[in-house]
Design a protein around this ligand. Structure first.
Ligand SMILES: [Zn+2]
Length: 325
């Protein structure tokens, strides 16, 4: 278990102290990547490497040169490591997260695009590969996110003028949340889905929830074959049920409300549909670690995951311009 003050800074003061320059940042990231000692990425030999520059190491055996950030989110970037670490610190220390403008200001970055792309790269690192599926009692439902209060099945007026809001209004998010006894919520999973059919919802359930779990849903036809797929189902039929949705499915209702507030608050709803998945990942990362005692631990975890996440170029993110960050 990583320890505050040893594996990650305890305070911003300590952050400034530890990460005084690029060399110090590189050594810190080397310590995370090779915490049991250097292993050459080419020949696999475990032996102390020579340092040939502030961030470049040389394998004693095959003479291969590498950096700790090669092949990670921090690779191939013009942004200094110090700014990257400061960005991670800032993102994980703000309870509600941060938008690109906020990050640009706090880091003093010249370009909004740089701040925006840094946030997107870090969002891609927020989902840990191989994470454990949800289990126990899990509520599953779909929710509309967006500014309007469109109810399920209601006709949605085509939006005019503002693109982003229009897009969010049409977006359906699948929500799964663990329900704890006697009370409280466990972890969540979210996914943008194109509709509320079985073809959309069943893969979400199978990817997110351990077989054998008890799944609480409404009466929707989309969940008809849960038992065939190894799940137990508890069904609450809404039609004619005197309880409104927030009483019979309190978990999903609560998560959807928090998610909407976050999208419209921190991000002012200015999110394109192609990027919504990454915002859902960030929300999930934050929610599932909401009880983490130390914000510093969150900082450590996000860096750890970023070191395991493939590099992303600006054109990967925007699907267009070759602009290098
Ligand atoms: Zn080697």
């Amino acid at each position: 278990m990583p320890v505050s003050g040893r594996d990650y800074p305890r305070t911003w003061e300590q952050f400034l102290d530890w990460f005084a320059d690029e060399a110090a940042c590189a050594r810190y990231l080397e310590g995370i990547r090779w915490h049991d000692g250097f292993v050459c990425p080419r020949c696999g030999v475990e032996d102390e490497a020579y340092r040939v520059s502030r961030n470049r190491l040389l394998c004693r055996h095959c003479r291969y040169q590498c950096t700790a950030t090669a092949g990670t989110v921090f690779d191939k970037t013009r942004t200094s490591l110090r700014n990257w670490l400061a960005a991670v610190w800032y993102i994980t220390n703000q309870k509600q997260g941060v938008n690109a403008l906020g990050l640009q200001r706090v880091l003093g970055l010249g370009s909004y695009q740089t701040a925006w792309a840094m946030l997107h790269r870090l969002r891609r690192a927020m989902i840990r590969p191989g994470r454990e599926p949800l289990s126990g009692l899990v509520e599953v439902d779909e929710s509309y996110v967006g500014r309007s209060v469109a109810t399920r099945g209601a006709a949605v007026k085509p939006a005019q003028g503002h693109d982003n809001q229009a897009i969010l209004r049409h977006t359906i998010v699948a929500v799964a949340v663990e329900i704890k006894t006697p009370k409280g919520f466990g972890r969540i999973r979210l996914r943008r889905v194109t509709d509320t059919s079985q073809a959309s919802m069943l893969p979400f359930v199978k990817d997110s929830i351990e077989p054998g779990s008890l799944i609480h849903t409404d009466g929707s036809w989309a969940y008809r074959s849960l038992s065939k797929n190894g799940y137990r189902r508890h069904k609450t039929v809404m039609l004619g049920n005197p309880d409104p949705a927030h009483v019979s499915m309190p978990g999903v209702h609560r998560i959807a409300a928090l998610l909407k507030r976050w999208l419209l608050g921190t991000h002012q709803g200015a999110i394109k549909p192609a990027y919504l998945d990454y915002y859902l990942d960030e929300f999930t990362f934050r929610f599932n670690r909401r009880t983490s005692r130390s914000r510093g631990l969150l900082f450590y975890r996000l860096i750890e995951q970023a070191m395991l996440t493939e590099p992303v170029t600006y054109s990967d993110i925007t699907g267009g311009s070759k602009h290098k960050l």
